[in-house]
Design a binder for this molecule. Structure first.
Ligand code: PDD
Length: 283
């Protein structure tokens, strides 16, 4: 079932209400997290709550509850929803107030937790790999809405994904203003070249994905060479392998960039190994 926690009350989705004056609705003035459960247990909840707090602090949104209380709200919502495996979205907005850009006009934030049955992307994308498009929309500069902040303001990413979908691709890959690859619309991106796993460093301007971090840790534990370094669209096109990471997807192979295949156009051995290591976390 779907259940929604809104400011202390768990309801069915049709009864979940938030003010039209809420700045999350008016301006995307909010922060959020997305995670999944594994046999009912929220995966990496502590990491997600820590990032939620960091995002909120970076844009001076006061969390309306302690992290302990948000943890309890997540668990209570999951229990009420009663799914085997669930998708969980935690949203904190700056709250409602006068229609006024001034953040000081907000009268205290709202907390929303949504729990719904987990719907994974089609298995074909994991078995045969996904196509990505390197889009014209650039990742926001860190001096604008810093991509490190998981804010509710996703219009840039929405436009990027729309561009990718219009080109028949599953995910959009965005570059920074200098043309270096940053990340996907809702994922981090990795390439494998000459046996080395590479992902863009945080200073390019991207979300420090929790799955990204876990994959880098897996590489270190498994003795695989991994580096955070800047690379460009031609490096992605010319890579031996590529993959995406996110909390819902885990590790997803990328086999095509626009119309050109990556290597032989099939998920590579390093990607498959990292997928297997990730699957161990779910078992
Ligand atoms: N998106 N980059 C962006 C822009 C993202 O929105 C996400 C996650 C990631 C991957 O981060 P993580 O591994 O912590 O999920 C990278 C979530 C899943 C979403 O918005 O649905």
């Amino acid at each position: 079932m779907i259940r929604v926690w809104v400011d202390g009350r768990i309801t069915a989705p049709e009864d979940a209400r938030i003010s039209v004056f809420d700045r999350g609705f008016l301006y995307g003035d909010s922060v959020y997290e997305v995670l999944r459960t594994v046999r009912g247990e929220p995966l990496d909840l502590a990491d997600h709550l820590e990032r939620l707090a960091r995002s909120a602090e970076r844009i001076a949104i006061a969390l309306p509850r302690t992290l302990g209380a948000i943890d309890e709200a997540v668990r209570a919502t999951l229990k009420a929803a009663g799914n085997d495996d669930a998708y969980v979205r935690i949203v904190v907005t700056r709250g409602a107030g006068e229609i006024d850009l001034d953040p000081a006009s907000a009268r205290g934030g709202s907390l929303v937790v949504i729990a719904k049955p987990l719907k994974m992307p089609p298995s074909e994308l994991f078995e045969r790999g996904a196509a990505v498009a390197i889009v014209h929309v650039r990742r926001n500069a860190r001096q604008a809405v810093d991509p490190a902040v998981k804010s509710g303001n996703y219009l840039n990413n929405i436009l990027a994904l729309a561009e990718a979908r219009a080109r028949g691709c599953y995910e959009a890959i965005m570059c920074d203003a200098d043309g270096a690859i940053a990340e996907g619309a809702s994922s981090n991106v990795f390439v494998v070249a000459g046996g080395v796993v590479r992902t863009p460093p945080l200073d390019v301007g991207l979300l420090e994905g929790i799955t990204r971090r876990k994959v880098l840790e897996s590489c270190a534990r498994a003795g695989m060479q991994a580096r955070e370094d800047r690379f460009f669209p031609d490096d992605l096109r010319g890579a031996d392998e590529a993959f995406l990471t996110s909390s819902i997807r885990g590790v997803m192979p990328v086999v095509r960039v626009d119309t050109s295949a990556i290597a032989d156009g099939r998920p590579g051995p390093v990607t498959r190994r990292l997928m297997a290591l990730y699957a161990q976390r779910l078992s």
